[in-house]
Design a protein around this ligand. Structure first.
Ligand code: UTP
Length: 291
């Protein structure tokens, strides 16, 4: 098995119901965070982490993602004619960011099923999974931190964050114990998808970044629909845990759930404040609000 993590899967076949009505026609992954679709943040993170090939799992009505990461000859020609060279560079840059392949998930049967759709492209090598609506502000990039842990530990790595209280029920939750040598690493012994607060085995919630070994594909093929009638990625990883080591990793950085209206608002404010062109102006605007 090739040991390098060179490929990343972006499951983007879901319906995005939490963001209706915006997502009735526009894919959730194409919603703009300041001025970039949220999936572009993930693609840029993957490239900055050393990923060479990106596989996006799409579904019905998701064609704009393919157009976004492609050349737009009419737009580019118009920008060139008008002498808008900076904007032309922005447009061209998106089309040349990465080698991207698309696989269509014909029915949204769950995240585990979406990942399984990438099996032929990934083959027999470890790979990353990035959920595009989890936008992570981190340096080094979250995925790079995880790949380093994967290379050091030699087992699958799941990004986690501590979630206190009943909010834990919205996540997959790890069971296990903190690594005695590195408090950011969690030696995993089990996991539960969306437990009741009372049943949650820990406060370690899985969030949308994974580095997985290819064995998970065979196990996902045997996975029956679980919580919500969907084929859950967590159930596939649970089966993997019986055969291989799996680690949780509390990354350094901040995660925003941009697939949720409130999370998107938080991300918008924080990313806008960081922008050199208008961050100071935006800060002054916020300070002037009668809050
Ligand atoms: P979510 O549950 O966050 O996405 O799945 P969703 O179903 O699109 O959104 P809501 O909850 O209805 O608002 C996590 C990720 O898995 C993908 C989604 O696109 C999202 O990126 N996914 C989910 C698939 O690719 N296929 C599926 O069948 C389900």
């Amino acid at each position: 098995m090739n040991k390098l993590v060179r490929k990343a899967v972006f499951p983007a076949g879901g319906l995005g119901t939490r963001f209706l009505p915006a997502t009735k026609v526009i894919p959730k992954e194409m919603l703009a965070l300041v001025d970039k679709p949220i999936i572009q943040y993930g693609v840029e993170e993957a490239i900055a982490s050393g990923i060479e090939h990106i596989i996006i799992i799409t579904g019905r009505g998701k064609g704009t993602m393919e157009d976004h990461f492609d050349h737009s000859f009419e737009l580019d020609a118009t920008l060139e004619r008008r002498g808008k060279h900076e904007l032309l560079a922005v447009s061209r840059n998106v089309a040349t960011l990465a080698r991207i392949s698309y696989v269509r998930q014909k029915e949204p049967l769950g995240l585990g099923h979406a990942v399984l759709c990438a099996k032929e492209f990934v083959g027999d090598e470890p790979f990353a999974v990035l959920l595009p609506d989890d936008v992570i502000d981190a340096e080094p990039p979250c995925l790079k931190q995880m790949i380093d842990v994967f290379e050091e530990k030699g087992g699958s790595v799941l990004a986690t964050q501590t979630v206190e209280g009943p909010a834990i029920s919205a996540y997959g939750v790890l069971a296990g114990a903190q690594d005695p040598d590195n408090p950011r690493i969690y030696n995993c012994t089990g996991m539960v998808e969306k437990p009741r607060f009372a049943d949650a085995p820990s406060s370690q919630a899985i969030i949308g970044r994974y580095v997985l070994t290819p064995r998970v594909f065979a196990l996902l093929e045997q996975t029956r629909p679980g919580a919500g009638g969907e084929i859950q990625l967590t159930d596939g990883i649970k089966a993997l845990l019986k055969e291989e080591k799996v680690f949780g990793y509390t990354f350094e950085g901040k995660r925003f759930d941009a697939g949720d209206k409130f999370g998107m608002l938080q991300a918008t404010v924080e990313f806008a404040l960081k922008r050199p062109e208008f961050g100071a102006k935006f800060r002054a605007y916020l300070k002037g609000l009668p809050l």
